[in-house]
Write a protein that binds this ligand. Sequence first.
Ligand code: OAD
Length: 256
Amino acid sequence: MPPPIDAESFTEALDRAVRILRPAKKVAVLTGAGISAESGLATFRGGGGLWEGQRIEDVATPRAFARDPLLVWRFYNLRRANLATVNPNPGHRALVELENRLGADFTLVTQNVDGLHQAAGSHNVLEIHGALRRVRCVGCQRVSDRGVEVLPELPHCEERGSLLRPDVVWFEEALPDDIWGRAVEAVQACDCFLVVGTSAVVYPAAGLIDVARMEGADVIEANLEPSAVSTRVNILLLGPAGTSLPELLKRMKEEG
Ligand code: OAD
């Protein structure tokens, strides 16, 4: 259970966050599954999480796919089907507003594969763990966007005949080089790094918090409960991101 939210300390944390975020020239954001929780998508860890009752190594590793592609595709087809039923929430929309204020000086790095940031209207999004909507041929490596289309239980490449796989990053796999490189650059360049809805236990993504700190950026975390990095951030906004982020943006507007 998350700790009860103390309204007074939340307001005080918000005030401090506004004082940091408002004058920031460059802002980078890292999001995790928590920002999509209020849209109705399960997070990974904790009660009711996707990894509860599901061994990661059975569905989210290259070895799992080689051993039992049908099992892996069942897991991902279910997640793809969920996408058709969900919409962005006020947390996603607050980040669109923040991007509108900053333009090219705003970068959103997401570990999420659900596409909800783009659906909300965010533009500068770096999907470091891939995207559920895309599939990739294991033969020719061609990537295609299949949206939320219902795929066969075991989909194959129309050109090559080889198996298709979800275009997501599995455990034991490297992150896409170019996208990861751009994420690191954006975090190195920012004055304020906002971390939202992630347990911050999966690397290299969680390492971005240390990159930001090493470069002297202020780090604001918005999370339902303290994460693995909460002791290393400047400000912790405890509460649902669908409330804390819009509140943060509202206060920024009030102050000019
Ligand atoms: P986790 O499930 O590990 O963490 C979700 C975080 O969101 C937790 O800290 C929750 O407290 C928080 N949370 C839940 N609801 C929230 C809300 N309404 N508002 C704000 N915070 C909320 O998910 P991630 O950290 O995203 O990787 O997981 C990281 C990676 O592990 C994923 O990208 C995925 C997974 O295995 C791969 O598949 C490669």
